[in-house]
Ligand binder design. Structure first.
Ligand code: GTP
Ligand code: MG
Length: 323
């Protein structure tokens, strides 16, 4: 079933180059996925059997928490272990973006000479297919290209980010001292998904207080497994605590393996992602079916109370399912 696309020799060459880690083939694949250009779905279908090997680590936290600095340090750490790294920086829509991208670029240049690190910045909020889906697909490309570790940086504020980190094997939530009520305010979405907490900028005053707050919140939150997320203090700008963080990551990996949880988490994630993919696909079908013209005509009729929207939706869906 997986081999139907090998009939296309061009796709075959492209996939072979990508799997060999060729950065140009990878860059082209990423653009194809980001733009949802033709060939995107064939490419993803062909590559899927080669995915599932990379360790995917999501890092999330408030703007300026030091995520990029930490990602950079982790990447260096893994390179010393001879593991290849892919980095996806999903940029915030906040005003911080400009500075962050610039900062990332400067750091990126240091790595340019190292083909073992591939960095992609995605400032494509509202991109075709949605940010979470695009990130998932780009992650799959890096995975298929043989990267041992994929680090995804995202600003932890909304549902988009929660969706993004859900595709990670390991989710790291980064907090900083002096956040005050912020720990409270982000707990709703982000606290539950943390496998590891990092208190970065531990050179600033108040790291212990943040640690106490996390511990308090942890005692209230219920996890479905028996893992208690460790709290690691780092000073990313000085490279302090990176070994400890890598150690915590390894411990969590061991825990997943020991409890046989990796597959269970993956099944859970795919359940959500499949639903999303189905929803997107169905919606595309409906849109293609009724077209923009008919949609605005329906909208007018409903607005003028000539039609009720409930029957209308049932009729459209009914007609589609008969086709
Ligand atoms: N004092 C101190 N500064 C740090 C530390 N880690 C990072 N910084 C600095 O904090 C600033 C923001 O760091 P980034 O790594 O760009 O933070 P970020 O979370 O990626 O920021 P956004 O992508 O804009 O959300 C930079 O000036 C870093 O040098 C740390 O541990 N201590
Ligand atoms: Mg950043």
């Amino acid at each position: 079933m997986f081999y139907t696309n090998w009939l296309n020799p061009h796709l075959h060459t492209w996939v072979e180059q990508l799997r060999a880690g060729d950065p140009r083939a990878l860059a082209r694949a990423i653009s194809t996925v980001e733009d949802r250009s033709s060939g995107c779905s064939d490419l993803l279908k062909t590559l899927f059997p080669y995915t599932g090997k990379a360790r995917i680590i999501g890092l999330t936290g408030a703007p300026g928490a030091g995520k990029s600095t930490l990602v950079d340090q982790l990447a260096r750490f893994y390179r010393k272990e001879n593991r290849t790294v892919g980095i996806i920086a999903v940029d915030p829509s906040s005003p911080y973006t400009g500075g962050a991208i610039l900062g990332d670029r400067i750091r990126m240049q240091e790595h340019f000479s190292d083909p073992g690190i591939y960095i992609r910045s995605m400032a494509t909020r509202g991109s075709l297919g949605g940010l979470a889906r695009t990130t998932a697909d780009v992650t799959a490309l890096l995975d298929a290209s043989g990267r041992d570790v994929v680090l995804i940086e995202t600003v932890g504020v909304g549902q988009d980010e929660v969706d993004i980190v859900r595709l990670a094997d390991i989710t790291i939530v980064i907090l900083v001292p002096g956040m005050g009520d912020d720990v409270q305010s982000i707990k709703a979405g982000i606290m539950e998904i943390a496998d590891i907490f990092v208190i970065n900028k531990s050179d600033h005053e108040g790291a212990e207080r943040v640690e106490r707050e996390i511990k308090t919140l942890q005692s209230l939150a219920v996890r479905s497994d028996s893992w208690t997320p460790p709290v690691v203090k780092t000073v990313a700008s000085e490279g302090k605590g990176i070994g400890e963080l890598a150690g915590a990551i390894r411990q969590f990996e061991d825990y997943l393996k020991k409890e046989n949880l990796a597959l269970k988490r993956s099944v859970h994630n795919w359940q959500e992602r499949l639903l999303e993919m189905l929803r997107d696909n169905m919606l595309e079908k409906v849109k293609a079916h009724i077209g923009d013209g008919l949609l605005s005509q329906y909208a007018e009729e409903v607005a003028e109370h000539k039609r009720d929207p409930y029957t209308l939706v049932e009729e459209i869906v009914g007609k589609l399912s008969k086709e």
